[in-house]
Design a protein around this ligand. Structure first.
Ligand code: TMP
Length: 212
């Protein structure tokens, strides 16, 4: 792969990832880098179609294995048509969620375990992983409180039980411990500007940059 870089934003509900992702994208663009902002599930027309089946409707509409396959199908589309071409062009891709969300939500939260999720990833994507993953961590009640104020109908996961959200929060922290070279945990309970300072510090350290 060429010089592009792949940065993913991860975390539970209401962690403020999207705002931080936009700000980082703006900051990188100011340095002359071509930035592609994307998200999962979704990020390409076909993957957005699959997204609709996952983020709304009845909580029990899928069994966890189906859910894993649907998220993975969306990822196959997104990586092939958006992420890899952008990286080959030398663009920086900043993406709201990726494989670690599948590990946390389906692996830890929905109880499939990490082996099955990792196995499927390796089968389809080999060793392909982000260059940097920022894990936005905050107490579950605080995150869910923020999403309630936001509203909207893409709330299928938000409506899942509190214990599910606790499991996936702990799952993300486990992932950060497992992959310390790739992952950095950001305290998302702080206010927006302080979180952003931490995001910039992580990106500068990882890529030897001087963003502000
Ligand atoms: P979003 O609300 O952050 O856009 O993400 C949609 C939901 O999909 C979010 O609740 C997390 C969930 N999700 C999974 O359960 N597994 C995955 O692999 C991904 C990417 C997202």
């Amino acid at each position: 792969m060429a010089e592009g870089r792949f940065i993913t934003f991860e975390g539970g509900e209401g962690a403020g990832k999207s705002t931080q992702l936009q700000r980082l994208g703006d900051s990188l663009s100011r340095t002359g880098v071509d930035v592609v902002r994307s998200r999962e599930p979704g990020g390409s027309p076909a993957a957005e179609e699959i997204r609709k089946m996952l983020v709304s409707g009845e909580i029990q509409r899928w069994i966890p294995e189906t859910e894993l396959l649907l998220h993975t199908a969306a990822r196959v589309e997104h990586v092939a048509s958006v992420v890899k071409p952008a990286l080959v062009r030398g663009s920086w891709v900043v993406c709201d969620r990726f494989h670690d969300s599948t590990l946390a939500y389906q692996g830890y939260g929905q109880g499939l375990g990490t082996d099955m999720v990792d196995h499927l990833h390796r089968l389809l994507f080999g060793a392909f992983q982000p260059d940097l993953t920022l894990i936005f961590d905050l107490p579950v009640d605080m995150g869910l409180g923020r999403t309630q104020r936001r509203g909207g109908d893409e709330d299928r996961y938000e409506r899942m039980e509190l214990e599910f959200h606790e499991r996936l929060r702990n799952g993300f922290l486990e992932i950060a411990k497992r992959y310390p070279d790739r992952c950095a945990v950001v305290d998302a309970a702080k206010d927006e500007n302080d979180v952003y300072d931490d995001v910039i510090a992580c990106v500068n350290a990882r890529f030897s940059l001087d963003l502000d």
